[in-house]
Design a protein. Structure first.
Length: 279
């Protein structure tokens, strides 16, 4: 009659190989700790910036290559930016290219064209100052690049507002002229024509004033909300040789050693199921 295998049976096997498990765990943890001291210390600096929210002349949010989360990491890590940052912090372009990474995750539920984008710039280097200065210089360079796009957007709004303002002033002048002519009119067809012109000019003025208000509102919104800006700059780069990182490496190595010890024990002693089958 087959005997039922219980957790106690597995426990007995593990207990019989306890010294193997303890030895592999301790050895792996010690090796992990030694490797954490032997490996080259690397520093990670992070800066964040708001890439802005471009909109159309009618105020509808749109995506640009520099603000689209899908394309921003590629567009904003081009050779021109890399070389500019390299000159600024005094290192080779290749060192910047190897150290920098840019991520611009899309907000949950956001679509390509209707949500602002926050970019995270990470710079990893063996030198603490290079990591910090690299992240900050790259953030400033990306900010300058993004602001170029928004200067064009703001310029479009300014032109639209200027056209609407000119229309309002022209129509106000026309209304004043029609009113003066109407006062001087002695009736008849001319008075009817002037009244018709006055009515039409009033309607056009109302439309032009609405357009002017819309463009001025869009311009103000773009300047206050859509403008790219730095959120935070790197100050104290994190070190791969810090105590928390070394502890993490040691614990991870110990866990791997524990698993290896358990596997070796079951291979050496045999599993309870295998023993029962042989019996």
């Amino acid at each position: 009659m087959d005997r039922e295998i219980t957790l106690r049976d597995y426990g007995r096997v593990l207990w019989s190989g306890r010294w193997i498990i303890l030895a592999t765990t301790a050895i792996a943890a010690i090796v992990g700790l030694l490797l954490s001291f032997a490996s080259t210390t690397r520093y990670t600096a992070t800066a964040e910036l708001f890439l802005g929210q471009a909109t159309t002349v009618s105020g509808v949010p749109v995506s640009t290559p520099a603000t689209n989360p899908a394309t921003a990491p590629t567009v904003l890590t081009g050779d021109n930016l890399v070389e500019r940052v390299a000159r600024q912090i005094g290192v080779s372009p290749q060192r910047v290219r190897d150290g920098v990474s840019l991520t611009a995750p899309r907000a949950p539920g956001g679509s390509v064209g209707n949500q602002p984008t926050v970019a995270t710039i990470t710079f990893v280097d063996e030198d603490r100052e290079v990591a910090r200065d690299g992240a900050n210089a790259y953030a400033e360079a990306v900010l300058a690049e993004s602001r170029e796009i928004f200067r064009d957007v703001v310029g479009t709004y300014q032109q639209a507002a200027a056209r609407a303002r000119a229309d309002v002033e022209r129509l106000q002048d026309e209304l004043g002229r029609y009113r003066r002519q109407l006062e001087a009119a002695a009736g008849g067809d001319r008075e009817l024509a002037l009244q018709s012109l006055l009515f039409s000019a009033n309607q056009q003025l109302s439309v032009a004033q609405t357009e002017l208000s819309t463009q001025e509102l869009n311009l103000a919104k773009e300047r206050q909300i859509g403008q790219p800006d730095i959120i935070s700059l790197a100050r104290n780069p994190a070190s791969s040789g810090s105590l928390p990182n070394r502890a993490r490496t040691t614990v991870l190595a110990g866990v791997i050693g524990l698993l290896v010890g358990i596997i070796v024990t079951f291979v050496w002693r045999g599993s309870p199921a295998g023993r029962a089958g042989r019996e």
